[in-house]
Design a protein around this ligand. Structure first.
Ligand code: FPP
Length: 231
């Protein structure tokens, strides 16, 4: 969800205003995704590296997250959305973890769509944590080292309950992944679009999905193999 800061600065506003309008995009895109029947939507809301931002911006983002969790609670519950979180969430302040843990627990049985917030999240941090847990289980004799394969590694990642990642969209013109879902993007379609996140609403999501529909996902196979498998 990149480009909030620049969006605000271009309008002579403090950066936090960009995040505030960005939170409105979160609401619109989540609602649209639910209506479209998307199974899982994951939003990169705060990275492990974002802690190093100016203290007032971090505090403002934490306030926005808290407001969001409180204000969206009924919409999430009424629409059968399951809220999920990945990242080092225990680093977040209690004013965020309290409503977060409550909504994670209360929405756990919802089956409509999984809305995952990546909070204090880093892809490399997440892989490191998985390797540490795997090493611990091997050392404890719970797991032979030979059993470590792609599926086993996936199972130790926090995303293991999510469906395979199909599409990753980065807004605001930067063409990099910035430590997001590094393992999971292996065969995802990547889309880099110029619109800054505060201007990214359902219309832009529809455009991205239309473009996605035109892509051929080959997963290492040839086009011929894919069309043969279709018939
Ligand atoms: C990146 O833009 C965005 C963030 C670090 C925060 C994203 C947070 C929100 C959209 C609002 C709160 C979240 C939820 C789920 C309600 P940037 O600040 O790096 O933009 P820039 O590159 O233009 O400076």
């Amino acid at each position: 969800m990149d480009g909030n800061g620049r969006w605000a600065q271009q309008r002579g506003l403090p950066r936090i205003e960009g995040h505030r309008v960005g939170a409105d995009s979160v609401r619109d895109v989540t609602r649209a995704s639910r209506e479209l029947g998307i199974q899982a939507l994951t939003l990169y809301a705060f990275s492990s590296q974002n802690w190093a931002r100016p203290a007032d911006e971090v505090a403002g983002l934490m306030d926005l997250l808290r407001d969001y969790l409180l204000s969206e609670r009924s919409e999430i519950m009424d629409n059968g959305i399951r809220l999920f979180a990945i990242g080092d969430v225990d680093k977040l302040p209690p004013r965020v973890t309290e409503p977060l843990h409550a909504l994670l627990a209360d929405s756990a049985a919802n089956r409509g769509m999984i809305l995952t917030l990546a909070l204090s999240y880093g892809g490399r941090e997440s892989i490191t944590r998985a390797i540490r847990a795997l090493a611990r289980d091997v050392a404890a004799g719970l797991l032979p080292a030979e059993s470590i394969d792609l599926d086993r590694i996936s199972a130790y990642l926090p995303t293991h309950e999510l469906p395979p990642l199909d599409l990753l969209i980065r807004t605001s013109g930067e063409q990099r992944v910035s430590n997001f879902l590094l393992w999971e993007i292996a065969y995802a379609e990547l889309m880099f679009i110029d619109t800054p996140w505060p201007d990214f609403r359902r219309a832009q999501l529809h455009e991205c999905l239309a473009q996605y529909g035109g892509r051929e996902r080959r997963f290492g196979l040839t086009s011929q193999q894919l069309s043969d498998a279709d018939v």
